[in-house]
Design a protein around this ligand. Sequence first.
Ligand code: A3P
Length: 308
Amino acid sequence: DFIDSPNEDFILYGDEETCLRKHFRKYEEQIDNFELRDEDIIVASFPKSGTTWIQEMVWLIKHRVSLTGSEIDICERFPMLEMCSLMESRNAEEYVEKHFIKSLQYIDEQKGQRFIKTHLPLCLLPKQLKNGTKQPKVIYAIRNPKDVFTSYYHHGHVMHGWKPNMEDFAKVYLGDKVLFGPYWKHVFGFYNMRHLPNFLIIKYEDMKKDITGVIEKVCHFLGEDPLTEEQLELLRERIDFKFMKNNRAVNYKRFVEAGRKNNPDVTDFMRSGTVGNYREEMSDELISKFDEWIKRNISNTDFDEDYA
Ligand code: A3P
């Protein structure tokens, strides 16, 4: 399936056979040797797990919900480490060159508090993180894999440049051939680190259920004093789905609009924002397939989420 899809630009990379663009080879070593700082904050995830939501929450918490600077695009405030490996450099405009194509340099040159996003699996992140010589704070997002899949399917055309039907996409997905897959290796890479003091797992479903509780947990993890009632209220408002959907600094409108020029089906980045949306999108047969896949992958592990 993978070979037949228009993904010949992808390779399976490294020990965990991570699906990446061929272009990644050029940056592998630079990323491995990338200099981290203990005070860095990293938000890591498998795509579509609620990364942007967590990024905005973390950024605002660290700024004590002062809105100055929050109007700047999230890509600038919270750049993606491996962005360089996802883009080609042909005649890029200056902004793209600086923030995306030279993402490593952009992050490296930042002074003060750095915020870093990544979708890379732990095994491909800088070695300083893996050997513990630097201890940046890492927040890893987890979400029901069926909602992740549904969200990924809708975002797929932007990320993969093609729009299969859901059944075909599921084959590729369950075959671990979507960008940043395999899913379970990604999740377990970080999940198994959760007992370390500089790692925190945040579940999308917990954010939907009790955002205040999650905010408190994240404040504590980041070593921040609890927010005042006023700050808390403003933060809840700013990271509410509807607000973020209309906030150009976080809704990736530019990319979505550009994507729509090629394919009018491209959905908003802030699409459904719900738990269990997969039930409205996936056939019963597909859900069963996913449930089997989930059960198979979490049996004999200490993964305690009952997503199947
Ligand atoms: P859906 O496509 O299911 O709506 P990521 O940032 O990791 O790519 O994840 C994107 C998913 O998170 C999308 O899921 C998006 O709508 C959802 N999301 C983003 N901000 C959110 C918010 N404030 N509240 C709830 N869901 C949010």
